[in-house]
Design a protein around this ligand. Structure first.
Ligand SMILES: [Mg+2]
Length: 320
């Protein structure tokens, strides 16, 4: 429970580090490596600003504080898109196409479970970047072995499907939360990542729905081989498979939260999301984020309030 705020801040700080340099290609970072939290840049936002990654993560946490209701999650996503809720300046920005399409579908009256994009081209990282808070909810309601429970895994897939309904995006979310779950109960990062991947893959290999995508993450099966892959073999585009792989690769090749998220940013391209996704895991792994970076998060009280109410609601449910 104590790691809720750490994990969510891990996403927020990663997002803020990558945001000013989003879309720049990898070669640019060889000459201009990011080493600190900055501002302005691509979206001209103040230092310490989070984007869609942070906002939708906060929206999910706020909704889960009221219990699990996928329709309510979609309502909170709509509040972000249309009214700028969960942002620092009341304006949603850096909005992914698949996410925008799904929320617009919902706005047009389509039921929430039919709004998400189902095609292969809908496999951006838009659901992966906001899924982290769900691990805390699942551990309280289904236990630390939730990856063995089809109903619990179904909740992960349902939350992804609100916007990203293809099996690949759903599976990426499942693997990610399985790793997060193991990091919450182990001191040894490499073995936690390995366990998390293996437990998730065990689920997906036996589930008929995921047969067509089950081999997409084959590089994660031999983690030692994966860890030593050259950086040139690690993608950092907005494709969900790239983002999941890159976040794991950065975590395994560094020794602190700061090193992990900066490595993710310096891979270039979708810098904010790669660092946000990596940051969620790295914060759970190390439970220590550079204090100056946390203090420099613009409107930090928004994050604190949502984390506290999420923690409070889960504690209450745990006690029932
Ligand atoms: Mg973003």
């Amino acid at each position: 429970m104590k790691k809720i705020k750490s994990g969510i801040l891990g996403v927020i700080v990663g997002d803020a580090l990558g945001l000013p340099v989003q879309f720049k290609d990898r070669s640019w970072f060889y000459k201009h490596p990011v080493t600190e939290l900055t501002g302005l840049g691509v979206f001209n936002k103040p230092k310490g600003s989070w984007s869609d990654d942070g906002s939708l993560t906060l929206a999910l946490a706020a909704s889960l504080s009221k219990g699990y209701d996928p329709k309510d999650i979609m309502d909170e996503f709509s509040n972000w898109l249309f009214y700028g809720k969960y942002t620092q300046d009341d304006q949603a920005y850096d909005i992914g196409q698949t996410t925008a399409n799904a929320i617009m579908n919902y706005h047009r009256g389509i039921p929430y479970h039919k709004c998400g994009g189902k095609s292969y081209y809908d496999n951006g990282n838009g659901s992966l970047m906001r899924i982290l808070p769900l691990v805390f909810y699942l551990r309280v309601h289904f236990g630390e072995d939730f990856t063995t429970k089809p109903y619990a895994m179904g909740i992960i897939h349902e939350v992804s499907s609100l916007t990203h309904a293809h099996e690949l995006a759903k599976m990426a979310c499942g693997i990610y939360l399985s790793i997060a779950n193991e990091l919450l109960q182990s001191q040894d990062i490499e073995s936690a990542v390995k366990q998390g991947i293996q437990k998730a893959l065990t689920f997906y290999i036996s589930d008929i729905v995921f047969q067509k995508v089950k081999n997409q993450f084959h590089r994660l099966e031999d983690l030692e081989e994966f860890r030593v892959l050259d950086e040139s073999r690690i993608g950092s585009s907005g494709f969900v498979k790239d983002t999941l792989e890159a976040s794991i690769w950065c975590l395994l090749n560094t020794n602190t939260y700061e090193e992990a998220v900066l490595k993710a940013v310096n891979l270039g391209y979708d810098t904010d999301t790669t660092a946000a996704v990596c940051g969620g895991l790295a914060a759970l792994a190390y439970d220590k984020i550079k204090l100056e970076w946390i203090q420099d998060i613009h409107e930090l009280s928004i994050v604190n309030d949502i984390c506290e109410s999420f923690e409070h609601s889960l504690k209450k449910e745990e006690a029932v």
